[in-house]
Design a protein around this ligand. Structure first.
Ligand SMILES: *Cc1c(COP(=O)(O)O)cnc(C)c1O
Length: 227
């Protein structure tokens, strides 16, 4: 059983959270499992960025929300290679590019449809068998090949801290992510850009903002428990 909040409370939450955010931070409303009526309420409260983790769910919702023409759709969940073409059709941003193979596949597909999708590279600062993404050494090793993916607008890093860390440890993960982005930026790659940090969820977004997040992904804080 999910226990999403009533529409009026969702609007209040959005307004409240907004007031606490610096101008440099964009709020992405994570709407996995959230019914489209509640997504409309979020839109009316000013949300223009929706984050979804599943392709099929996003397709259905986009059909039902076709009239909201100024929404940006963000894929935030793991993407299987065989769904990469579909993902490019329906998402403008992909935060969860988590392997060189996937990046190269997206790059090829994007070229074939003459698009330039915006993507983040998902990195694991601490070893975490439960998460997708590059470890730091793996990412550094793959940078030359990623820089060749010129059809992708690679704009930054995405991270999710492992479960069970205390606040100082979470802050350290976010800070290390920012430092890694700075390190990569200083290498002056021709196509890799590192101006965005997609980090911070309901439990930890104030820490992410402290560390320099530019995109926060909030679900439960805005909509209530998914159940
Ligand atoms: C579900 C999800 C979120 C939002 O999590 P909340 O705890 O509901 O804020 C953010 N990012 C990713 C990658 C997610 O899967």
């Amino acid at each position: 059983m999910s226990s999403f909040l009533p529409a009026s409370q969702v609007a209040d939450r959005i307004i409240q959270v907004r007031q606490t955010l610096p101008d440099s931070v964009k709020l992405i409303a994570v709407t996995k499992q959230v019914p489209v009526e509640l997504m409309r309420s979020a839109y009316e409260a000013g949300i223009r960025d929706f984050g979804e983790s599943r392709i099929q769910e996003a397709i259905v919702k986009q059909m039902q929300l076709q009239d909201l023409t100024d929404v940006t759709w963000h894929l935030i969940g793991h993407l299987q290679s065989n769904k990469a073409a579909k993902a490019l059709e329906i998402f403008q941003w992909i935060h969860s590019v988590d392997s060189l193979k996937l990046a190269q596949r997206l790059d090829q597909l994007a070229e074939s449809i003459a698009q330039k999708p915006t993507v983040c590279l998902q990195v694991k600062i601490l070893v975490d068998p439960n998460k997708f993404g590059w470890t730091v050494p793996e990412l550094l090793a793959d940078l030359p090949a990623l820089n060749q993916c010129s059809q992708l607008r690679i704009v930054g890093l995405m991270t999710i801290p492992p479960y069970g860390l205390n606040p100082p440890e979470i802050l350290a993960v976010f800070t290390r992510t920012r430092e890694l982005a700075e390190q990569i930026q200083h290498q002056n790659w021709s196509t890799l850009q590192m101006q965005h940090l997609s980090m911070g969820m309901s439990e930890d977004y104030p820490l992410a903002i402290k560390a320099g997040a530019t995109l926060i992904r909030l679900g439960r804080t805005l909509f209530g428990e998914r159940g």
